[in-house]
Design a protein around this ligand. Structure first.
Ligand code: SF4
Length: 227
């Protein structure tokens, strides 16, 4: 498979945020979100076998723990990423899969926790989530909505209500979009949507969503890679 990087950091934006985690970032994406902070993963990378990726994960985290497969869009490499997930699970790791949900998710092993980033209107990639993937969601999965403004918020709120998602997944994450050229200050001034405003909308509508900040961008320089 084509791999951009494998590194250890803290998981930054899910209900696992704050835990040590090995990230396996695969190369390539078929979307171009306006706020994407992973454009460096669109091209390049290097070929690795499933065994080589597994060996590197074991080297970085020999006692098990959390592994997140991300990208880019990992499901573009389904033929190899599914066996990788199976091998990681067999080795005792807890596996997270970060995906846009544009590709089919039906073959993802049941034990994998899917974090599905449903694209909102102002992502630049609206209507790309494949609604048949709702059938593949399990009670331990999480849905994430990256929000730039009120229009995105209302889309996410209405999507959750229309599909009764609060009853179907473990967590609904509302994350203010972060400026991709941000650097320096490790604070929320780089968010397109003020977290305080978002918090007030969530409370006003009583939406069972968690306000989710990308904590790795508050711990390290927002421009830092491999963290
Ligand atoms: S799906 Fe993810 S990696 Fe691809 S463009 Fe959007 S944010 Fe970037």
């Amino acid at each position: 498979m084509q791999v951009t990087e494998i590194y250890k950091s803290l998981q930054g934006e899910s209900t696992h945020a704050g835990l040590p985690c090995v990230f396996v970032r695969l190369t390539g994406c078929n979307l171009r979100c306006s706020w994407c902070d992973s454009e460096f993963s669109f091209y390049g990378g290097h070929k690795m076998t499933v065994q080589e990726v597994l060996s590197e994960v074991i080297r970085l985290s020999p006692d098990g723990g959390l592994v997140e497969i991300t990208g880019g869009e990992p499901m573009l490499q389904e033929r190899e990423v599914i066996p990788l997930m199976e091998r990681l699970l067999e080795a005792g790791y807890q596996v997270l899969l970060e995906t846009s949900g544009e590709r089919p998710l039906a073959r993802v092993p049941e034990a994998v926790i899917k974090i599905v980033d449903v694209k909102c209107p102002h992502s630049g990639e609206p209507d790309t989530f494949a609604e048949e993937n709702l059938e593949s969601l399990q009670s331990h999965d999480e849905l994430k909505f990256v929000l730039t403004d009120r229009t995105d918020y209302e889309f996410a709120r209405d999507f959750i209500r229309r599909h009764s998602l609060a009853l179907r997944v473990h967590a609904l994450l509302f994350s203010p979009a972060f400026a991709k050229e941000a650097s320096g200050a490790r604070d929320t001034s780089h968010c397109f949507l003020d977290p305080q405003e978002l918090a007030e909308w969530i409370m006003a509508d009583n939406i069972p969503a968690r306000l989710s900040l990308q904590i790795h961008k508050l711990i390290w320089d927002p421009a830092a890679k491999g963290v």
